[in-house]
Design a protein around this ligand. Structure first.
Ligand code: FES
Length: 156
């Protein structure tokens, strides 16, 4: 059956089309801004594979950054030569932390939080220790893995 007249006017059709376009545009923009503002949201890896020579040979009492998914990871060589790897994100409100060699501690500048070189929260608002990763050596590579994660190198 063909109608003799349209159920909507041309103006209504164009307004709906224009409004839909604006909603789609602003939704995409807001989503992008949200992902930028909260980069740690989303999936993080169970492990990452790094070049051993770039990390093992760093000087004592220093750190080297690595990418833990979309967030900061920190490889630490303590003053005594032992090594550790941490998620470089404060446990208070997820600011990035930095290693202070003169103090031999990690510092979060957002609210003056401090973590020991063992990753333990020792001062300021952070409520719990840093996430501590396991370090596995495999030939010329090191594998930084979440504790208890199954490392499947076939996925690399
Ligand atoms: S975010 Fe690190 S102390 Fe608040």
């Amino acid at each position: 059956m063909k109608l003799k007249y349209s159920l909507i006017t041309r103006r209504q059709f164009l307004n709906t089309l224009f409004g839909g376009s604006l909603i789609a545009f602003f939704s995409g923009t807001l989503f992008s801004l949200f992902k930028f503002a909260f980069p740690t949201l989303g999936k993080e890896p169970d492990f990452v594979v790094l070049d051993k020579n770039e990390f093992i040979d760093i000087p004592p009492n220093s750190t080297k950054a690595f990418a833990w998914g979309g967030v900061l990871g920190l490889f630490l060589k303590r003053a005594d030569g032992t090594v550790a790897a941490f998620k470089g994100v404060c446990t208070h409100m997820e600011c990035n932390i930095a290693y202070r060699p003169e103090e031999q501690k990690f510092y979060c500048a957002c609210h003056q939080g401090w973590f020991s070189d063992q990753g333990v929260n020792i001062e300021g608002p952070p409520p719990k220790p840093l996430e501590h990763f396991e370090i596995l050596e495999k030939g010329e590579k090191i594998i930084i893995a979440r504790k208890g994660a199954k490392v499947d190198l076939a996925k690399v």
